[in-house]
Write a new protein. Structure first.
Length: 596
């Protein structure tokens, strides 16, 4: 009972008993121990109620218990394997000699494209030696271990911060751990997506631990080379590559140090602190006594658009996922191997899906064998399979079921943790309009996506205005520039906030997605450089007009502000890389996520 609560009452009782025992052992059994003395010891050792070593909370979901029970230590990409994979990398990819530099964008990207192709061919040749089942099992185990390790760190974030809060080391260690997880997680997903296509279904040899390490290192190298190419193509780094005698190459990665690393570090710190703040919720969850109806959660427009896009309702998608999780609990394993025929029986007979929704479910969440990994099937493009891209339609993140074929006896593999993540990723992000419009193919879903993003963009501006009002400012959202006497092509100020003492803020609000790859970071930076016709330039043009016509504000704020007291701001819905750029027309300290 004492351990089943958010505070560390259980730990305190244990330490009290230990302290009393040690004092009596030292002073003699009959010596009386004052409570105040024991309390002073505890205050020095475990003053913060977040300090704890045992986390005991109840779950109403058997799948959660299974995932925790079978959690294993994750495998990471070993640096020595990664470095070894780089040897002779440049050989055959350029005419340049060791010690020379490649110094044009076209020359650098041509070299890096050849490096990516070379690494892919190495992986391809290796995969064709191994039995498909053995590769999928091992790579899936790595992926599941990463998911469980991340969940464990989130569940214990409060205790980690409390126990080791002597400095910034807590967050540095957490960030390093997440970097390692992300690196090997992406490598494992890449191998899974390639293996389903390239490994022989029979006749290959078993994948060993040594072989797995080599494949993971090569997959990580493939992503690094492609990322370097994206960085050069997007003008994030100078196109200057040095070739080395051992076949490696180097380039200026200062952009990683000045923008990408601090951007991810601050985002992960906030995420870690949020997880710590949610710790008590683990102990206050209630069992659901009835099933929530679909119409109680989702709008009619979303349900209709989801059906048009995927061929089944959100309820049917959730039912299918629930049945697969039930199967995992029955088997007692987070790594599930079944067959197409058994899967159809579970979903149609046990869960009650009709044949068409069943087929749509498998089409939506299944990654099928195809003759070649690097040849996308009809209706897809190369970006859908490139592992260095995000929101890919042919990724294990979206399609966690690895399906060897369409016959009843063909194998199907999935991981329980990956399955649970996909449900939240695809359904939730689709409903909130958080996937790119290019992810979808139906007109109904694209129309829904546009409407929900328009609506939530307006809601975000209103929430920013409300927050300023709550902090003592006066504010109005969506002020048309024509109200100020400006031209209609300037659009509107998302939020105009002011104080009677004379301060005025002209605020642009942007509801953005978290950028997770160099290509996405480059795209956001490109959209907000303040250059002609980009999204920041539009705001700066509005600011420039107001600065030239400060009296235009009087009709709304009630006074003509001094120019030195008018400021431009950019408020975003999440951490953004622009906060770390030095060349923007708006000071970086005026760019902040809404939470700050």
């Amino acid at each position: 009972m004492h351990f089943q609560q958010p505070e560390n009452t259980g730990e305190k009782f244990v330490l009290q008993a230990i302290a009393r025992g040690l004092v009596r052992l030292h002073q003699g059994v009959g010596w009386d121990v004052e409570d105040s003395f024991i309390e002073s010891l505890l205050e020095r050792i475990i003053a913060d109620q977040g300090m704890r070593v045992l986390h005991l909370y109840q779950t109403h979901y058997p799948i959660e218990r299974l995932l925790v029970q079978q959690g294993t230590r994750p495998t990471f990409v070993a640096q020595e394997d990664f470095v070894f994979a780089k040897l002779r990398l440049a050989s055959g990819c350029t005419q340049g000699k060791p010690g020379e530099f490649l110094e044009t964008k076209s020359e650098c990207n041509d070299f890096l494209h050849k490096v990516v192709d070379k690494v892919w061919r190495r992986i391809h040749d290796l995969l064709q030696q191994f039995d498909r089942t053995s590769v999928v099992r091992r790579a899936l185990a790595v992926h599941e271990a990463v998911i469980q390790d991340r969940d464990h760190w989130r569940r214990t974030a409060q205790a980690i911060i409390a126990l080791y809060s002597t400095g910034e080391d807590v967050f540095a260690v957490a960030q390093k751990r997440e970097h390692d997880r992300s690196r090997v997680g992406l490598a494992a997903r890449t191998i899974l997506e390639m293996a389903i296509c390239e490994c022989p279904v029979s006749g290959g040899r078993e994948l060993s631990g040594w072989d797995l390490d080599e494949l993971l290192a090569k997959a990580a190298l493939l992503v690094e080379a492609a990322t370097d190419s994206d960085a050069i193509q997007s003008d994030l780094v100078k196109p200057r590559i040095q070739l080395h005698p051992n076949g490696e190459y180097t380039l200026d990665r200062s952009f990683h140090d000045t923008v990408i690393r601090p951007f991810f570090a601050n985002y992960l710190r906030e995420e870690f602190e949020d997880a710590a703040g949610d710790y008590s919720k683990l102990y206050h969850r209630k069992r659901q006594t009835r099933r929530t109806r679909m119409e109680e959660i989702y709008s009619r427009d979303f349900i209709s658009a989801f059906g048009a896009e995927f061929g089944l309702t959100p309820d049917e998608a959730i039912d299918g996922m629930a049945e697969l999780m039930d199967l995992a609990v029955e088997i007692g394993s987070v790594l599930i191997e079944t067959t197409v025929g058994a899967l159809r029986e579970r979903l149609t007979i046990v869960r009650g899906l009709s044949l068409e929704p069943y087929r749509a479910f498998v089409r939506t969440f299944g990654l099928f064998h195809r003759p070649a990994w690097d040849q996308p099937p009809g209706g897809f493009n190369i970006k859908d399979l490139s592992p260095w891209r995000f929101s890919r339609r042919l990724s294990v993140t979206v399609r966690p079921m690895l399906v060897f074929g369409e016959r009843d006896d063909d194998k199907v593999f999935y991981g329980a943790g990956a399955l649970r993540e996909t449900l939240g990723y695809l359904v939730a992000r689709t409903e909130r309009g958080q996937l790119p419009s290019t992810f979808f193919t139906s007109e109904e879903m694209k129309s829904y996506w546009g409407a929900v993003n328009h609506e939530r963009g307006h809601a975000f501006s209103k929430s920013v205005a409300d927050d300023f009002r709550n902090k003592g400012w006066r504010a109005r959202d969506e002020v048309q520039m024509t109200q100020l006497g400006g031209p209609s092509e300037l659009g509107d100020l998302d939020v105009l906030a002011w104080m009677p003492t004379g301060e005025v803020l002209l605020i642009e609000c942007k509801r953005l997605q978290l950028a997770r790859t160099v290509a996405e970071i480059a795209e956001i930076c490109r959209r907000f450089r303040g250059e002609a016709k980009d999204e920041l330039n539009k705001h700066m043009r509005r600011v420039a007009w107001v600065m030239q016509h400060p009296s235009s504000l009087e009709s709304i704020v009630g006074f003509v502000p001094d120019l030195c007291r008018i400021e431009a701001r950019l408020v975003t819905s999440t951490h953004v890389p622009m906060m770390y750029l030095k060349s923007l027309p708006i000071p970086v300290d005026k760019i902040r996520p809404f939470g700050e």
